[in-house]
Design a protein around this ligand. Sequence first.
Ligand SMILES: *Cc1c(COP(=O)(O)O)cnc(C)c1O
Length: 223
Amino acid sequence: MSFQSPVYNSLKEQIDTMVTIVAVSKTKPIADLQEAYDIGVRDFGENYVQELVDKHEALPKDIRWHFIGHLQSNKVKYIAPFVHLIHGVDSEKLLIEINKQGEKLNRKISCLLQIYIAKEETKFGLNEAELENIIQKLPELKNVQIVGMMGMASFSSDSQIVKNEFDTLKKLFDKYSSLSIDNLKMETLSMGMSGDYKMAISSGSNLIRIGSMLFGERVYKNK
Ligand SMILES: *Cc1c(COP(=O)(O)O)cnc(C)c1O
């Protein structure tokens, strides 16, 4: 299956113009991304560093690349020169490395702090104490710009659970919005995927990460 343009167009019509749609294209071939690009998609989300590097090389340079996966510190250097936004900052160690690479490139790299909101142990993210600790360190990390928060809700059919998790993240986002730190400004709240974006938006999300709804189900090799 290729890129579902009618689905994308109707999604755009449904949602507020203030909500950014990131087309999550992981595992999908370049041709599918090119199709999306041709109808005007400029924000793409990828989870794997090598795949992102390859796609960045092959596709037009005005694409805004969002790294939405779990990022290992030793791989930051490969995406640091061109990445638009790193969504999954979930440790101080990672943020320090992003800052170091930003310094080398004389670039301020935009990041979201990933917050742990789900009940699933497999998911990544900061708890509130870790969040506090990272925020304390920000004045020393001049080559990162924190522009918001990201979270993933539990994979649950109980919509009340999902709603509570999104609401929890929105409250945290609002709480930190009042802070005045040069390199922290809460603007982007990244929450919501194909299965739960409506609920995420109703809880205050302004960036949704949509994969399978736009590109079809993913097939993973070697898994
Ligand atoms: C894969 C992925 C998505 C997209 O998920 P869909 O359910 O296919 O829309 C969104 N966010 C993250 C962090 C992902 O890893």
